[in-house]
Design a protein around this ligand. Structure first.
Ligand SMILES: Nc1ncnc2c1ncn2[C@@H]1O[C@H](COP(=O)(O)OP(=O)(O)OP(=O)(O)O)[C@@H](O)[C@H]1O
Ligand SMILES: [Mg+2]
Length: 237
């Protein structure tokens, strides 16, 4: 078993009286590809927000590479190696593709190297040819690539991709899938949150399922999707 990169233990999150996460354990090993599934509103993005610092967990703890991070601000967590994409990409529309990556590099602490590193990152996601275009001019699939480039600017050990394929055509989904597999081969652990089941099944070495803020399954993808409790959750019983 590879070394754990991320270990989140008994994560609780409440919004007022509503329990969004209820004692969720979530781990990612070095180099691992994990699928995070669950119906709409089950707490997937909330878990990501607690891991990366957009939200503060009410209970439990998050350990990244041996150090507790759940009381650190987002930018410090990013510098320690965890990066995420947002479900709704929000690049700066008035800036070029390259400038958007440079901003992400500055935020991730690579200030001096920002200008030099942006082309390599754009190349990694297949956007180098479009570096000087306005990000406003990008198609949906290229916006997703830019979102991944912005996350990769932090040179993360762990990348969390929150529905980067939603709304894309099958060919575009395959393109992003290939890109994520390439990033993983370069050594980055990846958590894929996705409703597109065939993409998750192609990608994930392990699948976790959240339902109503609780983890109901965690393990081998084939076994998890045949789990009766998981089937029930998806049939909306
Ligand atoms: N900031 C917030 N304030 C109040 N409630 C919230 C907040 N963020 C999320 N919630 C609620 O918490 C629950 C979990 O939401 P979350 O966005 O984590 O779901 P999800 O699994 O990512 O769903 P989807 O597949 O639709 O993206 C939902 O009921 C949502 O309405
Ligand atoms: Mg979500």
């Amino acid at each position: 078993m590879a070394e754990a990169i991320l270990t989140a233990t008994k994560i609780d999150k409440r919004f007022g009286g509503f329990i969004a996460l209820d004692g969720v354990d979530f781990t990612v090993a070095a180099g691992e590809r994990v699928g995070l599934l669950g119906p709409n509103g089950s707490g997937k993005s909330t878990l990501v927000n607690c891991l990366t610092g957009a939200l503060r967990n009410d209970g439990g703890e998050v350990v990244l590479l041996g150090r507790r991070i759940d009381r650190l601000p987002t930018h410090q967590r990013i510098r320690r190696g965890i990066a995420r994409t947002f479900q709704v990409p929000r690049p700066f529309a008035s800036m070029t593709v390259r400038e958007n990556v440079e901003i992400a590099l500055l935020y991730a602490g690579g200030a001096t190297a920002a200008g030099n590193e942006a082309p390599a990152i754009l190349d990694q996601v297949g956007l180098l040819q479009k570096a000087d275009q306005s990000s406003r001019s990008l198609t949906q699939v290229d916006l997703r690539k830019l979102e991944l480039a912005r996350a990769m600017a932090a040179r993360p050990r762990l990348l969390i991709a929150d529905e980067v394929m939603a709304g894309l055509s099958t060919a575009e989904v395959d393109e992003i899938l290939a890109l994520l597999l390439r990033l993983n081969e370069s050594g980055v652990s990846i958590v894929m949150i996705e409703h597109i089941m065939y993409a998750v099944m192609k990608f994930a070495q392990r699948i976790c399922v959240l339902v109503a803020g609780r983890k109901i399954a965690d393990g081998d993808p084939q076994a998890v999707i045949r789990d009766p409790e998981v089937e029930r959750a998806y049939l909306g019983e």
